[in-house]
Design a protein around this ligand. Structure first.
Ligand code: NAG
Ligand code: NAG
Ligand code: NAG
Ligand code: NAG
Ligand code: NAG
Ligand code: NAG
Ligand code: NAG
Length: 580
């Protein structure tokens, strides 16, 4: 189908707004004009809590623009000012110098005022992430309590800049923003076990996360399929458990990723899932795994339910010795991050109970079922975590089993009627976990690996089904906890399980689909009009393309010079001095 033909045919019927960098054609098919308000070219995503702006513009001279802060020699700020250069002044566009314009219409400088005057090293869950931003003609100020709020302010400022039709860099002359996140925990789960994700791809995900104000990378490093994390204590884990010696994360790679994340205000929580999901670990330590039996026959996979040999045998003392040494190493590698995600999901008790040795162990220890055994395993691992000074995050399964968890454990809710027909809804679990005093994170409705094609189509509206679905989720829907419990619903996480993604498609699979969730987790509950939002998201998607993230399309149309694979016609970069 030729869009061009449609454009000419539909000119009279549909509004087409063309900017130099963005072209938005607001229909899905010619017969379906979209509702909603077309976006400003500099509309920020996620939507700030409070924003007002004048309708006139100021221009920026790349040669004379200055951005600086009251914190000197702070790596987080210095690195941000350096990296935002190419974001403020996008390569491939010759930005015009606005010298012929009136001086009062030039934005000369932005000052970043960090009230704590401290250069924090690593972001923490309940840090103040807020900022205020004002632009008054020639000057802008970003106010923040700490460096993490300042990063959020710089990101928003970068989004407020846009390129006019005649290649001037502009923003609104007067802007006033007060902004803070609705939820402190805004996570992305990347799975590097089903498929390997090369380090540069993970870094691009981190860049995209920063552009969407996500602040936690939940790194599901290992699983049944592979063990790419190089352990210095147990090198056999990758020697036997990685896809190959190239499909690994060396200690240098891991530090590289952690640093890339930290400088963007992103925490990295590693997940080492046990006692299930450990077939790859079992390639290095076969003796740690449980043999499932069918009657008297060992090594029987129970097809369609469970593979053979993918669960630890909790009756073996060596397993705990290993876990003790290994978790100590992990704690040192991820030295700033208090939490380690221990998994503890999807254990198959029928396999444990089929094993004669385990049956004897249960009898000898007054245990009668798989839940007892799971409690026995989990309580030892949780104790280990406390002894090494770590805090635990777990999938909800171990809590469903009634295992007593340390009160500072974070429970991640993934079960829902839509994934397991006999499960209650996620809102039930969220209310229950937070009312019991645990912090909880919601992943259940945000499994972005599950793709759904089509239109949400009613007489009133037509739009992208997936976007509509995620954008409309309110984490507090049907929540029954009290005010204290509400404080413990700390946020949500978009999960990209990697059965069908690797370096070829993970970026365009996740972005901008995860952006819908970014706005849900950051913006006010009142920012809930998906029809307006899709236009802003379309602009944001072009913004991500401009920043080198191959984010997939939202609406029909195109993104100026930044289409993937397009030859550039304007490659002479502007020459500018950038002072800070
Ligand atoms: C934005 O709101 C603030 C506070 O209400 C007000 O002082 C300012 O004049 C407004 N600015 C614009 C551009 O509307
Ligand atoms: C900047 O002003 C234009 C009008 O000229 C307006 O449409 C747009 O929404 C403003 N930008 C922001 C971010 O508010
Ligand atoms: C932002 O402005 C509001 C209103 O003046 C103020 O209460 C708040 O402390 C400011 N936040 C920061 C980070 O400066
Ligand atoms: C056990 O083996 C029998 C005979 O091969 C088979 O029919 C049955 O499905 C097996 N049970 C399980 C749980 O795999
Ligand atoms: C098991 O229970 C029996 C009776 O309640 C008790 O005498 C015994 O000490 C228990 N054994 C263990 C290992 O806890
Ligand atoms: C497992 O056994 C314990 C007693 O050892 C009992 O309290 C518990 O209800 C049982 N759980 C299940 C799921 O059967
Ligand atoms: C909330 O409850 C209503 C009524 O039972 C139900 O239709 C809806 O799906 C629930 N929403 C969530 C997110 O659980």
């Amino acid at each position: 189908m030729s869009y061009r033909l449609h454009i000419f045919q539909c000119l009279l019927t549909f509004i087409i707004s063309i900017h130099h960098v963005y072209c938005i054609i607001d229909y899905i098919e010619a017969k379906y004009p979209l509702k909603g308000k077309p976006s400003a070219p500099n509309a920020p995503w996620p939507q700030p809590q409070y924003l007002n702006a004048s309708s006139d513009y100021v221009y920026i001279d790349p040669n004379f623009f200055v951005i600086h802060s009251n914190l000197k020699d702070c790596d987080v700020i210095d690195n941000a000012l350096q990296r935002y250069k190419s974001i403020f002044f996008p390569p491939k566009i010759s930005i015009q110098n606005p010298d012929r314009l009136d001086e009062s219409r030039i934005l000369l400088s932005v000052f970043i005022l960090i009230q704590s005057k401290q250069c924090h090293t690593y972001p923490q869950l309940r840090d103040d992430q807020s900022y205020n931003l004002t632009i008054e003609s020639s000057y802008g100020i970003i106010y923040a309590e700490n460096v993490w709020g300042a990063l959020n302010g710089i990101e928003t400022f970068s989004q407020l800049l846009f390129i006019t039709d005649d290649n001037y860099l502009a923003t609104n002359a007067s802007i006033y923003i007060q902004d803070w996140p609705r939820f402190p925990y805004r996570g992305i789960l990347l799975d590097t076990a089903r498929h390997f994700l090369p380090v540069p791809i993970i870094k691009q995900h981190l860049d995209a996360m920063a552009s969407n104000k996500f602040n936690v990378l939940h790194w599901h490093i290992t699983d049944d399929q592979s063990w790419p994390f190089v352990s210095e204590t147990f090198p056999q884990l990758t020697e036997k458990g990685a896809f190959s010696s190239a499909h690994v994360y060396t200690p240098e790679n891991v530090q590289d990723i952690l640093e890339h994340a930290r400088l963007r205000g992103i925490r990295t929580i590693p997940e080492f899932d046990t006692p299930g999901h450990v077939a790859a670990l079992g390639r290095a330590f076969p003796e740690f795994l449980t043999d499932c039996y069918n009657g008297s026959m060992p090594c029987q996979a129970i097809y369609g339910v469970h593979a053979e040999r993918e669960i630890l045998d909790p009756t073996k003392a060596e397993v705990y010795n290993f876990m003790n040494e290994f978790l100590k190493e992990v704690k040192e590698v991820f030295k700033y991050e208090p939490y380690i995600h221990l998994g503890m999901d999807e254990v198959y008790p029928a396999c444990w109970l089929s094993n004669p040795n385990i049956k004897n162990f249960l009898n000898e220890n007054n245990m009668s079922n798989g839940t007892d055994l799971m409690s026995y395993f989990a309580s030892q691992i949780l104790k280990l975590m406390q002894s090494i000074g770590g805090k635990s995050m777990v999938w909800q399964d171990v809590w469903d089993d009634g295992v007593k968890l340390p009160s500072d454990t974070v429970i991640e809710i993934w079960k829902d009627t839509s994934l397991l027909s006999d499960s209650p809804s996620w809102s039930y679990y969220l209310s229950k976990a937070t009312s019991e005093g645990y912090d909880a994170v919601l992943a259940a409705p945000f499994y972005l690996n599950m793709i759904e094609y089509g239109k949400y189509n009613t007489p009133e509206s037509v739009m992208n089904l997936e976007f509509f679905k995620w954008y409309n989720i309110d984490l507090f829907a049907n929540f029954t906890g009290d005010d204290d419990a509400r404080q413990r619903l700390i946020g949500g996480e978009a999960a990209l399980w990697a059965e069908f993604v690797d370096g070829t498609n993970s970026l365009s699979r996740l972005w901008p689909r995860a952006s819908a969730i970014a706005e849900r987790l950051w913006s006010s509950i009142d920012v809930n009009n998906p029809e307006d939002a899709q236009f802003r998201l379309d602009v944001h998607r072009c913004r991500m393309l401009r920043r080198g993230i191959p984010a997939a399309p939202v609406l029909n149309g195109y993104c100026g010079l930044y289409e993937v694979g397009m030859k550039q016609s304007m490659v002479n970069e502007p020459i500018f001095n950038y002072i800070h």
